[in-house]
Design a protein. Structure first.
Length: 162
């Protein structure tokens, strides 16, 4: 049976951004992962960018995953106790707000992950690399179902944060 392809491969493509600056941060024991990233975004005035990568360990981490298939998602919150290894962390910064997903591993060889939430506490260290973009700006604005979606911000306009 032939696969049915969508009308377009991408709903929208955003071009013109360039990497203006790369910021690296180190977090030490007991520091908070998401809150530290948010603080860095604010202090460095990153309206548009990306969290490129991270490595480190966590004592505890709360994250959520999508719990349904409806037009408007419901979140399933999960908290895991460590020791946990950060296997990957990446995401978009749009309108000054991060949208970050992480994969974790434990010492039994299990993996888990999702959208990171406040309260993820560093065990030994975490090293994060963030890029600040220049050029046309994007923000995550709600679609007709109220789901935040990346959209271009008109020149001189401010993106409404989710």
């Amino acid at each position: 049976m032939a696969a049915v392809l969508p009308a377009a491969l991408a709903s929208e493509v955003f071009t013109g951004a360039q990497v203006a600056e790369v910021i690296r941060l180190r977090l030490d024991r007991d520091e908070l992962l998401l809150e530290s990233i948010q603080d860095t975004i604010k202090k460095h005035k990153i309206e548009d960018g990306a969290v490129l990568t991270a490595a480190g360990t966590l004592q505890v981490c709360t994250f959520h995953a999508v719990a349904n298939m409806a037009a408007k998602p419901e979140d399933k919150m999960m908290t895991r106790q460590g020791p946990l290894e950060i296997l990957s962390l990446s995401g978009i910064i749009a309108g000054g707000e991060p949208h970050l997903h992480m994969t974790l591993g434990n010492n039994q060889g299990q993996t888990m992950g999702g959208h990171i939430e406040p309260g993820c506490k560093v065990l030994y260290r975490a090293e994060i690399t963030i890029a600040r973009f220049s050029g046309p700006k994007v923000a995550r604005l709600p679609n007709k179902e109220g789901v935040p979606m990346m959209q271009r911000v008109p020149a001189g306009g401010e993106g409404k944060k989710r």
